[in-house]
Write a protein that binds this ligand. Sequence first.
Ligand SMILES: [Zn+2]
Length: 424
Amino acid sequence: MRVHDTYSGKLVELPPPPGPVGIYWCGPTVYRRIHVGNALAVTVLPLWLKRWLEHRGYETKVVVNITDINDKIYDAAPGHSAELASDATRWYIEDTDRLGLGRPDVEPTAAETVPEQIALIEQLLAGGFAYEVEGDVYYRVASFPEYGRLSRQRLDAMEEQEPNPLKEDPRDFALWKANKPGEDTWWESPWGKGRPGWHIECSAMSEKYLGTSFEIHGGGLDLKFPHHENEIAQSRALGHGFARIWMHNGMLSMRGTEMHKSIGNDVSLADALDRWGRETLLFFFLTGHWRKPLDYSEETLEQARAQLEGFRNVFRSPSEPVGDWSELEAALDDDFNTPEALAVMHGWRDHELLRRAFGIFGLGSIAEVEEAPAELAALAEARMAARGSKDFAEADRLRGEIEAAGWEVRDVAEAPGYRLVRRS
Ligand SMILES: [Zn+2]
């Protein structure tokens, strides 16, 4: 299997099975409910990759961290950030559990890994890669000649990070930040009370659970700079191999604009799951290549729902021995091309093959095409009759009754004119 690596700009081959393949994926910063774009980046992609690699005979270990110390959290809840981080961690687990993909092998939090972060900072100071300024510790970017390689930037054209007039160089970034008024959490350190910078958290958490060299580091494309550039600088300055392959997923957009809380066009994962159900949402993610942007809209989700219904209809028809598993393997082994995999599956009529394929993506449930109970069919018939006599209020009431029982009634052209589908 091979995947596209941002660092080299090439497709890079994974070692032969069983590996092992250690995967670190940057997880959420917990200060609110995650949006549907975060869900793709922090849960769906790493867990699908894990499931596929295991199918291919690999031993995998997937680490997705929880960033519970961060400026965003202090800003969102001045004076009680710890409480917000704890609540938002619980929301994150609840919401992503609803996707039904299982959980990463390890989900470390930044707060529980502070001793490892302090140890890394001490090594960087000892090596001359960092310096202290009034209780802050900064990384000395000029000490690491490879800085900028991942994001392909020239050092002299780089934007300033973590402004502080006492820094040696505007490009230097914080490893440790002295405690400021209003920040309700801090840890003791050799440099006084403070807390780690965001980038050192991920270097420490990945190395703690995967060792100083591992196969894959992933995250959203928006993390390439400065976050991942800084992680590389921190770990490789110490001679650690760190990640061999960098996977950056494309961002979710809405009508062509990237989904961001700051723009106000974000949809929470919880709302997306309420609106579309887990099956349609997961299927929608399958329709996009992980490296490309994907547009979230009524139209694209409706299309996903319709395609999924097409597959359900295959399960409603007799199985036919049409399909070749090796074509699916070829699509996914070549840079995890899920749209290509779907194109292959569209040609299949063999229920067992389709069930196996959907099972890898957590969608085995679509093979279970369930007959609605007779009393719901009766309600649906009554609704048809009410519509026939233009009693739309009664038709709506009956639809509500069906939905309350956990089913959905859809109008279709074929007899009997409706279809009952269990709400997912
Ligand atoms: Zn990270």
